[in-house]
Design a protein around this ligand. Sequence first.
Ligand code: DCP
Ligand code: MG
Length: 309
Amino acid sequence: VRVGNLMAFLQYASMILIALIMLAMTFVMIPRAQASADRINEVLLTLPSITDPKEPQKDSGLRGYVEFQNVTFRYAGAEKPVLEDITFKAKPGETTAIIGSTGAGKTTILQLIPRFFDIEKGTVLVNGTDVRKMAQKELRAKIGYVPQKASIFSGTIKDNIRFGKEDATDEEILEALETAQAAEFVEGKENGIESDIEQAGANLSGGQKQRLSIARALVRKPEIYLFDDSFSALDYKTDQKLRKALKKTTDDAAVIIVAQRVSTITDADQIIVLNEGKIAGIGTHQQLLAENGIYQEIVASQQAEEESA
Ligand code: DCP
Ligand code: MG
């Protein structure tokens, strides 16, 4: 046998071997692909549980009114309702604050306003109309929602703000950044609003992300603002400046703020104290401080924290 023949034989043999291994792998992949395809189909065929009414009700002409009437809600499959018998009203030009411990249901209340979920009992009204009787698109166009966790996408700062309003002009964007107290750090960047942001805002601080996500809501100029713990990563001074600037732009809008810090909400028109899914009291800071045990506890615990800090 010549060496050349032997080499050729080995080469061909290994090619056949590799082909056989590939074949075996294909047989492993086929059932996996089948299962994935089934799952994708299932997701695509799922009908959304929130649907538009056949004949959406016409605009009532009111602006900036939110009302909960004896609302009870539970997440799908949950044993206990997370919200029970919630009743309150938010009016244009007023700030409504929600305070309460983690898991009390604060975020859930906010998410019921744009109808992310349907409730079990009671009614959620926006401008006097049941949210289930409105077209979702129209309902959500009225609302500027700043979620608890700021979602920042890769792209420029401008792109990120334009998620709030697709056709926002540079002036509108700058104005929103100004109010959100973000203008300073944005202008400090080399390319201003054209500066790039990394995926998930990796090159921004927590407070910077929060302020961009606030600006995104502001640029929409909605009639209902929902801030979910949106000021928690800001220092006390920035928090104050932001709220002062907000006051001007949200003149005729309803503002609902979820807050951890009492100092963020002392000047709210009404404060809702939420405790384990139920309202433990509604009033101004002074009223609650005088008569609401749970509110007193919250205030006392924060004072103790400040002193120990
Ligand atoms: N919950 C749930 N399923 C979800 C979201 C929440 O079962 N998709 C439960 C967890 C809590 C309760 O609902 O027990 C209330 O959750 P919230 O997020 O509304 O609570 P808060 O916003 O008040 O809490 P935090 O201050 O931590 O944001
Ligand atoms: Mg929350």
